[in-house]
Design a protein around this ligand. Structure first.
Ligand code: PXP
Length: 238
């Protein structure tokens, strides 16, 4: 089974925002990512718009011809945006406005009714729904009760342990994916996945529909692209 790669372009927006202009242009990068083989584009608009902006989400819709995934905390402003943009998928994430990045999944028992209501709204609009969860079997049992289509497994702990040589942490993710599949859910995964740790995750975790990758993919693009670009500059400076 092929796992889809959704490229998170928030970091491109962060780079753009650092200079105040429109360079790099996120629209151009979304087009290139798709041309180069990405199966989808992910964005994570936050209320302070410090990375991708709400206006970017609207501008991206016509150019994202593969799967568009919008993730974020379902506050009213976010729900309105998603309903206007109508991406193929929305991923609900319980992040605080002040959090540097997402750092935990939903408590699908404590927030079950809240999630159920929101998921219904998105499903009625024809948008596939996913929620960010830790690889915790109890949370997956709770997730299925919300009416969700998919879960996104929060992979930070896998990435951190893998980097230390503790590969066995993947078992927890494989069990979570197995249970989610048995319960009829699709399985996404993301956070801190990279070229080093992705193959083992893919090999060990069954039924993986999609991964979304941002931070490492941008860094690796710099690493693997830099040599070429420096050569191009040096040629012009002969
Ligand atoms: N999934 C969610 C819910 C996220 O918040 C993020 C980071 O914005 C990612 C996936 C992608 O993580 P990374 O940038 O580390 O690849």
């Amino acid at each position: 089974m092929k796992t889809k790669l959704s490229v998170n372009i928030n970091k491109i927006a962060t780079l753009r925002n650092a200079r105040g202009g429109n360079y790099p242009d996120v629209i151009e990068f979304a087009k290139r990512a798709q041309d180069y083989g990405a199966d989808g584009i992910t964005i994570h608009p936050r209320p302070d718009e410090r990375h991708i902006r709400y206006a970017d989400a609207l501008a991206l819709r016509p150019v994202v011809h593969k799967e568009f995934n919008i993730e974020g905390n379902p506050i009213d402003k976010f729900i309105d945006l998603v309903l206007r943009v109508k991406p193929e998928q929305v991923t609900l994430v319980p992040d605080d406005p002040n959090q540097l990045t997402s750092d935990h999944g939903w408590d699908t028992w404590q927030h079950q009714n809240f999630l159920k209501e929101i998921i219904k709204v998105f499903k009625n609009a024809g948008i596939r729904t996913s929620i960010f969860v830790d690889p915790d079997l109890k949370m997956i049992e709770g997730a299925v009760k919300t009416g969700i289509d998919r879960i996104e497994l929060y992979t930070e702990s896998y990435a951190a342990e893998y980097a230390k040589g503790n590969k066995s942490v993947v078992d927890q993710f494989a069990k979570a994916a197995d249970l989610a599949h048995q319960l009829g859910l699709g399985i996404n995964a993301g956070h801190d996945l990279n070229l080093q740790n992705i193959a083992y995750f893919k090999e060990k975790v069954p039924h993986l529909d999609e991964v979304s990758i941002g931070h490492a993919l941008v860094v690796e693009s710099l690493i693997y692209g830099m040599e070429n670009v420096i050569r191009m500059y040096q040629q012009k400076l002969q």
